[in-house]
Ligand binder design. Structure first.
Ligand SMILES: Cc1ncc(COP(=O)(O)O)c(C=O)c1O
Length: 476
């Protein structure tokens, strides 16, 4: 209506209200059009443009045209390394190219895989006559969050039985980590430092610093053993100031594929308890890692059974193949105690306020799909099979790669390929080797030598093993 920013009262065009009806040619209900008739004709175009700029600067104020957000103020951000890698892969015209950077499951033909159970749920959704496009509640689809909570904590969790767990639907796992970070930044009385594993999923750094929390690292990966540096981790957790926030990958650690054993989790829990730290679980691969949903949630369930106050970011991107649908949940578990249920209710109410200002209402499609599957025993059983298909193919690729490298006698030891778990393997390749693999062999992976096992298949595994073998020989 006020297309030139002029208020109603200042419009120049005559209107029915002042008794001079507009002519039919200018009768297009625009408040500004007849302004042109008050301006100089086209024959004096240069003076007309300077007059126009005078009018414009009069309307806009004297700062018009001066940018606050200049190049000096806003520098060009570096490209996200993963997305840069994907772009380089797409631009490579070689028919031999192999994408091992991708953080999504691929089938044996290197194609995205729609889980058969998701196809079924989609058909159910499609044929539901009651489906509409209304907003979901702020905290999300109730059937989804309740089922997601049981899935991660276990249906018999003491936290659920004692009403001290609250769950909100989020924008996948990233949104869940963010909501948790925001809550901690706002409500933690001391805003302690957040300790992240070294290395970790790169986005953790940004998510926690973006909400104003300080971050630090604890040792995690041993370059020597290509396994867990449990001693380094435990002593760093010991040395961290009491009450720190410790971010833990619940399973299938990204990027290393190295998980603590159950015994090591117990040791980690014991230090966290002793130092009064707050464990923050990030779980992006439940069921995708081992193929067993309970096993992949073991660490979280153990901590909850031990009575810890904790929170969990849960993603359904990988285990349902719902990457772009952004289905996830954030769970806050209050420590056991007489006040726990009330405290948890208060926390739920504050999380809802945070969610309201961030996304208002979470997206419906992905959570509806997951909810249909999680709440139907037959579909749930099929989902477990689909999980086994994905995790099984990845485990097979791990075995196949290790066998090939060992058969070739590739310098170094390669048993870490099978002892690591989940989507990724931290190969131990250095930056120069990664570059050679890319330039000479058209094989794409992140600079830190992480490969996505899902990018390997029966058609390219021999080629990759050969490339890796030759590259390691040439450079060692
Ligand atoms: C450790 C970790 N946390 C969280 C996520 C979040 O993923 P999404 O937001 O797609 O669920 C990922 C995905 O790669 C991850 O690896």
């Amino acid at each position: 209506m006020f297309s030139n920013g002029a208020p109603h009262g200042s419009r120049l065009q005559s209107s029915p209200h002042d008794g001079t009806a507009p002519s039919s040619s200018s009768n297009n209900n625009n408040s500004t059009l007849s302004t042109a008739s008050t301006l100089p004709s086209a024959s004096s175009s240069s003076s007309s443009s300077s007059r126009l700029s005078q009018i414009s600067s009069h309307i806009m104020g004297s700062t018009a045209g001066a940018s606050v957000f200049t190049t000096a103020q806003v520098a060009q951000a570096p490209e996200d390394p993963l997305f840069g890698l994907m772009r380089a892969y797409r631009q490579d015209s070689s028919d031999k190219k192999v994408d091992l950077g991708i953080g999504a499951y691929r089938d044996d033909n290197a194609k995205p895989w729609i889980l058969p159970v998701v196809q079924k749920a989609d058909a159910i959704l499609h044929n539901d006559p009651n489906l509409d496009h209304e907003y979901l509640p702020i905290s999300g689809l109730a059937n989804f969050t309740a089922a997601a909570q049981k899935l991660i904590l276990g249906a018999d969790s003491p936290a659920i039985q004692e009403n001290r767990a609250t769950s909100l639907q989020t924008i996948s796992g990233t949104g869940a980590v963010h909501l948790g970070a925001l809550f901690l930044a706002k409500f933690h009385p001391r805003r302690p430092t957040v300790y992240l594993s070294n290395p970790t999923w790169a986005n953790h750094n940004q998510i926690f610093t973006n909400v104003g929390l300080a971050i630090d690292k604890y040792p995690y990966f041993s370059a020597q053993t290509k396994g867990l540096d449990i001693d380094g981790m435990l002593s760093a957790l010991h040395a961290a100031p009491a009450g720190s926030i410790i971010v833990l990958h619940a399973c299938a650690h990204n990027p290393t594929g190295v998980d603590p054993t159950q015994d090591q989790w117990k040791q980690i829990a014991s230090v966290i308890r002793e130092r009064g730290h707050f464990p923050f679980f990030d779980c992006a691969y439940q069921g995708f890692a081992s193929g067993d949903l309970a096993r992949d949630a073991w660490a979280i369930r153990y901590f909850v059974q031990q009575g810890f106050e904790t929170c969990v970011a849960q993603s359904f991107a990988k285990n349902f193949g719902l990457y772009g649908e952004r289905a996830g949940a954030f769970h806050f578990v209050s420590a056991a105690g007489p006040d726990a249920a009330t405290a948890n209710r208060n926390i739920a109410s504050q999380l809802a306020i945070l969610q309201r200002s961030e996304i208002s209402n979470p997206p419906a499609y992905g959570s509806r799909i997951a909810s249909i599957v999680l709440n139907d025993p037959a579909l749930y059983a099929q989902w477990e099979q689909d999980l086994k298909t994905m995790s099984g193919r990845i485990i097979e690729m791990r075995r196949g790669l290790q066998q090939r490298l060992e058969a070739k006698g590739t310098p170094g030891s390669w048993n870490h390929i099978t002892s690591q778990i989940g989507m990724f393997s931290f190969t131990g390749l250095n930056e120069q080797q990664v570059q050679t693999l890319r330039e000479k062999w058209h094989i794409y992976m992140t600079k830190n030598g992480r490969i996505s096992m899902a990018g390997l298949n029966t058609h390219n595994i021999d080629y990759f093993a050969e490339a890796l073998d030759q590259t390691v020989r040439e450079t060692s």
